[in-house]
Each structure stands twice: as C-alpha cells, then as structure tokens.
Design a protein around this ligand. Sequence first.
Ligand code: NAD
Ligand code: WQD
Length: 381
Amino acid sequence: MASPRKTILITGAAGYIGSHIALCCLLSGKFSVVTIDNFHNSYPTALKRVTKIAQDALPADASDDDKKALEIEVYRGDISIKSDIEKIFDEYKSKGGIWGVIHVAALKSVGESGEIPIKYYENNITATINLLDVMERNQVYNIVYSSSATVYGAPPECPISESSPLQPESCYGRTKFMSELILKDVCDSAPEKWRAISLRYFNPAGAHPSGQIGEDPRGRPGNLLPLLSQMAVGKFPEGLKVFGNDYTTVDGTCVRDYIHIMDLAQGHVDALAALPRDDIYAAQGKASGFGASGGKYKAYNLGKGEGMSVLQMVAAMEKASGHKYKTEVVGRRTGDVPELVANPALAEKELGFKATRGLEEMCRDLWKWQSQNPKGYEGQE
Ligand code: NAD
Ligand code: WQD
C-alpha cells in the first residue's frame, strides 16, 4: 500500500506560483494539499486544473482513492483574518492534522507597495504572524516561506549568495525581509520545535508544459514575461517600453535570473523534504544573511544562476511565439538594479535543488499557456 500523504496547507495556492507548487506537491506522491485563498489575484479554476493535471498523470489502473487524494480542499478566506486560518486547523484536527505549511500568499507589487504600505504590512506581515500563531497553538512547526531576491536590494556583488547583505529598497521588499526575520526569531525561540526555510525566488517565469496553468495577473502586467506573452496575443499594441539601455551589461539593458516555474515549484518539495534534516541548519545564521542564530531557520536562493538581459528575453519570446515585438527604449525604472543573478550553490548542496530547464523551454511553455488561454482563466472552467 502506498504510504499516506502528509497534508500541506499552501496559502495562496490559486496564484501563479502557488498553483505550480501545489501541482509538484501532488505529483511527488508524498503530499496532499489544502489551501486558503481570497482570490484577490487568482481564480478557483487554476486549482481544478492542478488536480486534473495530477490525475491525468496517474496510471490507468489508479483507484478512486488515488484520484481523490489529488483533490485540493479550498477554503475561501483571508489570512490577515486569524479566525479564517483557525477554522482550517480546527477542521483538520479530525482529518489527521496538517504536517506543514507553505506560505505563499502575499501582495507582490513593488510600485503598489509604496502607495498602500499599510495594506502591504497587513497582508504580508500581520498575516504571517497570524499564521505562525495559529500554527504554534496547533503544534504545527514546519514552514516553507515564499521570499524574494528583492531582500538583497542592490547587492554589492553578483552572483548573489545567501550571506549577501539584506537591504530591501521597497515596502514590498521589507515585508519579505521582515517576514524572514519573524520566522528566524520564532525558530530561535524554540529550536526543539520550529523549522523554517525561506526560499528567495529570483525571476520565476514560464508555465507547466501542459499549458493548462500559468501566470494570469489582473490588469496590465508589471513584470516583463507576462507582459511579453500577453502582447503576443494582441494585448498592449503600443509595444514594450524597455526601461533603460545604458546599464553596464551585455547590451545595456538590465540582467535578471529567470527560472522556470516548474523548477522553482519543485524547490518547495525539496525544501519540505529537507525541513526535518538537522544537518542543514548548521551555520544557518551566516548563510541566511542574518547574524548569529541558535534556531532551525535557513534561507536559500532559488535561481538558475544565469543572467539574461531584457533584449535577450524579447528575442527568446519572439522565437517562441513568432510575434515581432515593437520596442521603445525609455528612461530607467526607479528601483531597478543592473544585474540580479543567483548563486544557487547552497540550495543545490543542501536541498538537492537544481534548475534544469532552459530559456527556450521556459518561453515555449509560457507561450503554450498564453496561446491556449489568451484571456487567462477568465470565464473558463
Ligand atoms: P499571485 O498574486 O499570483 O499569488 C498570490 C496568491 O495569494 C493569490 O492567489 C492571491 O489571491 C492570494 N492572496 C493574497 N493575499 C491573500 C490573503 N490575505 N489571504 C488569502 N489569500 C491571499 O503571486 P505569485 O506571483 O504567485 O507570488 C507568490 C509569492 O511569491 C508571493 O509571496 C510573492 O511575494 C512571492 N514572490 C513572487 C515573485 C514573482 O515574480 N512572481 C518573485 C519573488 C517572490
Ligand atoms: C525584469 C526586467 C525591467 C517591464 C520583480 C520584483 C521582484 C520579484 C520579481 C517579487 C527589468 C525590465 C520590465 C517593462 C522593462 N517579485 N522591464 N519593461 O523588476 O526584476 O523583479 O519581479 O518578489 O521583487 O521587483 O522583474 O519582470 O518587473 O523586470 O524593460 O515593461 O525587465 O526594467 O530590468 P524585476 P520585472
């Protein structure tokens, strides 16, 4: 008989990254998934499709129980409201309990965070505290956290390792940094109980190769790749504004570390597997970018370790989609740094994580998603 799956609560599993994480958890055979999402920036359809992809991957003779284990229990709720989280933990007491949490839900726009900082602190910090409080009261001590390379701000050197100074430059970035600090303090307070891993994402892009799930931001995308894919299906005919071509990079445009979403999502399954391992927490203070620490907290970069410029990404998307982009170079965007590339060595060494998918695959899968779903999830089952 197959070993029972552990239940993981993924906050924000309907979103871009959460849906791919949920899928990797289900495909691993080790986890079942429950989620809380307020659908502020997502659609329930994504979760149904995750289950469908996972069920389609089962062998033909799979039992009804095997199929049922791939259904995601969805709680429509808001993690900044503590009682919404409590409800889930209460109900799961009689269903075998929750083994751990992947905390993905957050507001994530750098620009918007400067305009409505209180909302960002409430949604990203109060919510994190609520979650940790409810976890502690239910004796659930395993957590993987969605952090961001934005915690490094403008790093003194590239590629960036985890011990690089943490100096976020936006309100959004500070919510990620503060959440990491909170997690570290909680782990330090009770090293015999708590275990936390923060994953600092570089630039996630692409989609599951089925084209069934992908990134579907509401409104005009602020990020480069969703903007390019939506332009290729006819949106935003005014074309791409390239934010500066006078940086000291390969072609003057900014360089980023784009990582295939399926590689990034798999990193969470690797992190869940690593949480119980005591050896990874040795010397965790320095490797997290924080000072001395006695608890079981650790942070890892999730990146490919390769830099691509804006113009290189435009060329790669032209090749994948066949769309010829109209581009115009404009001034630099406030807050952009010339180059952000991960040193992914620590995650490879300690989590066994490696981003294997390349640029071509990333753009191909992104284009498959966008061309099959030109309007995203809207109006779709
Ligand atoms: P997303 O907006 O697609 O997904 C976030 C999900 O959380 C959405 O389904 C949203 O409805 C939900 N949510 C937000 N606030 C909530 C709340 N208070 N209660 C319940 N649900 C809530 O964003 P994403 O791109 O998938 O990002 C996921 C995480 O990864 C975020 O924590 C983000 O900060 C982090 N991150 C993203 C990127 C990126 O480029 N996308 C890079 C680094 C880090
Ligand atoms: C990539 C490059 C732009 C749009 C952001 C957040 C970061 C993280 C990932 C959450 C940059 C250029 C973009 C456009 C352009 N998110 N660009 N014209 O800024 O590296 O990272 O998303 O944690 O915190 O800051 O990603 O996709 O916005 O930009 O020229 O219309 O594309 O200047 O060089 P970024 P991005």
